[in-house]
Design a protein around this ligand. Structure first.
Ligand code: C2E
Ligand code: MG
Ligand code: MG
Length: 259
């Protein structure tokens, strides 16, 4: 956490970055595990700061959420991500992280519609990632937004699944299309028998509910092999690739990952 003075400075700098093209996107590819084929990428925001160097999203996203600036950042990320993805070989998809605040403030539908219209990207190629915390206290308005996004064909993923408190009843009730297994669950695979058992159950739940499954944070061939054996369809992580620039991801998505 940052103190109030620091938080105010960061807010000031975020406003400046928004006005002066100070943010960038990086793209981490994701693959079908069985075939090594790329299926798309996750957009991850980067902030190269003049004095601070590269500022971690873990530091500035919470500040942006508190101040409401996340809505401007989120709109920019969606427009930029859809614009890049429209240049990728179809049907490669783009996943965009959205903040709970964009959902709660009711701005998300307009932002998504605008980004899709400006880029002419097929809505089926866009997926929004929301973290489990969004689902703790779900209002009728948020439910309507999720349903409307689902209606226009946009995918909905639960990010970092396995660390929060989503009840299975909630999971069943909401129009999610993908479960992203958090990297904290993947880290100790396959050695840690409890984590291995939990990951197997999460995959079984996802399959029972008709959700796609993607494991994040895959760093070793042993983790990958275990995930393939227990039926996990897709994954991303440093074993395959770090997040890449817009130029590099466009090339990366044209070919399978080397064996
Ligand atoms: P996330 O959505 O769970 O993103 C995955 C994070 O894990 C990324 O960190 C990525 O670089 C990192 N990662 C990927 N593969 C591996 C791996 O194999 N090992 C390890 N140790 N880490 C891996 P990053 O880019 O620092 O992002 C951190 C978080 O910031 C994201 O977590 C997401 O919650 C948030 N974030 C990033 N971009 C945006 C954005 O555009 N909007 C919003 N609202 N949040 C964002
Ligand atoms: Mg994510
Ligand atoms: Mg995640």
């Amino acid at each position: 956490m940052v103190d109030r003075a620091e938080s105010r400075k960061l807010e000031h700098d975020i406003r400046h970055a928004l006005l002066h093209d100070g943010f960038a996107l990086a793209f981490q590819p994701r693959y079908l595990l069985s075939t090594r084929q790329p299926i798309g990428a996750e957009a991850l925001i980067r902030w190269p700061h003049r004095k601070r160097g590269l500022v971690s999203p873990a530091l500035f996203i919470p500040v942006a959420e508190q101040s409401g600036l996340i809505n401007d950042i989120g709109g920019w990320v969606l427009r930029q991500a859809c614009r890049e993805a429209a240049r990728w070989p179809s049907p490669a998809g783009i996943s965009v992280n959205v903040s709970a605040r964009q959902l709660l403030d009711g701005v998300l539908i307009d932002q998504v519609t605008e980004a899709l219209a400006l880029s002419s990207l097929d809505p089926e190629r866009l997926e929004l990632e929301v973290t489990e915390t969004v689902l703790l206290d779900i209002s009728p308005d948020v439910l309507l937004t999720l349903a409307a996004l689902n209606d226009i064909g946009v995918g909905l993923a639960i990010d970092d699944f396995g660390v929060g408190y989503t009840s299975l009843a909630t999971l069943k009730r909401l129009p999610f299309t993908t479960m992203k297994i958090d990297r904290s669950m993947v880290r100790a695979l396959p050695r840690d028998r409890e984590d291995a058992a939990i990951v197997c159950s999460l995959i079984a739940i996802a399959q029972a509910l008709g959700l796609g499954v993607l494991a994040e944070g895959i760093e070793t061939p042993e983790q990958e092999n275990f995930l393939i054996d227990v039926g996990c369809e897709s994954g991303q992580g440093f074993l395959f690739s770090h997040a890449l620039s817009a130029e590099d991801i466009a090339t990366c998505l044209t070919r399978p990952r080397p064996a």
